[in-house]
Design a protein around this ligand. Sequence first.
Ligand SMILES: Nc1nc2c(c(=O)[nH]1)N[C@H]1C(S)=C(S)[C@@H](COP(=O)(O)O)O[C@H]1N2
Ligand SMILES: [Mo]
Length: 229
Amino acid sequence: MSAPLPPGQRDIGFFPRFGVPDFAAFIPQAGEVSLQLGGNLSRPTTLRLADLQKLPRREVQADFHCVATWSYRGLRWEGWSFKDFYDTFVAPLAPTGATEVYLELRAQDGYRVSLLLADALTPEVLLADRLNGEPLSTEHGAPLRLVAPALYGYKNVKHLSAISLRLNYEVSLVERNTRAHPRGRVAFEERGRGLPAWLYRILYRALFRPILWRYQRIARAGAKKVPST
Ligand SMILES: Nc1nc2c(c(=O)[nH]1)N[C@H]1C(S)=C(S)[C@@H](COP(=O)(O)O)O[C@H]1N2
Ligand SMILES: [Mo]
């Protein structure tokens, strides 16, 4: 028997391509991994697939929870442990002694959010390139996406292109517009900033279908230019 879902979530039985409709029109083509590291580091650097391949591969089985109250159970992700990646490529360039460190993640479609470094270093967080035994599809984030099952979907950035280390939380335009929570932990219902969790729950439950329809309509209209964020 599977464990109960986190508060306010329900199993919809399918795994939609989903997200912030502003970004739906742009579906990046799966291609070579190119990951820029920057922000508060001693020097910026760009990693490729060959760099990631130096790390051991990991598999994580997890449920996926979107803030819009839908969940999909039992995904099997494969890739590299985010902690291994961080310890190998980022920590040597990072300042020591900082306490509230955030990582700003950017994607090829212009999407951009931050998460608390400590939340990214837990054992189940991956940089994933495979899902359910197959290469990750463009719909679900190829060539590389973050998988952080304890955080809402909006922190699980698809088509990851850059990671910047920040010594303070800097709210991006996407996060401001969506009232994203700085941490976004599912277990604590950190759905958004300012309003109580129960209110976000009601609003998002009502908005899930309309957001999905809008997202799919924009996606069908096809790729335009990447929104600037
Ligand atoms: N690049 C990018 N990543 C993104 C988004 C997006 O619009 N663009 N949407 C986020 C949101 S809100 C959710 S719920 C998940 C959905 O992932 P899926 O499309 O694989 O279901 O992607 C997240 N990562
Ligand atoms: Mo989401």
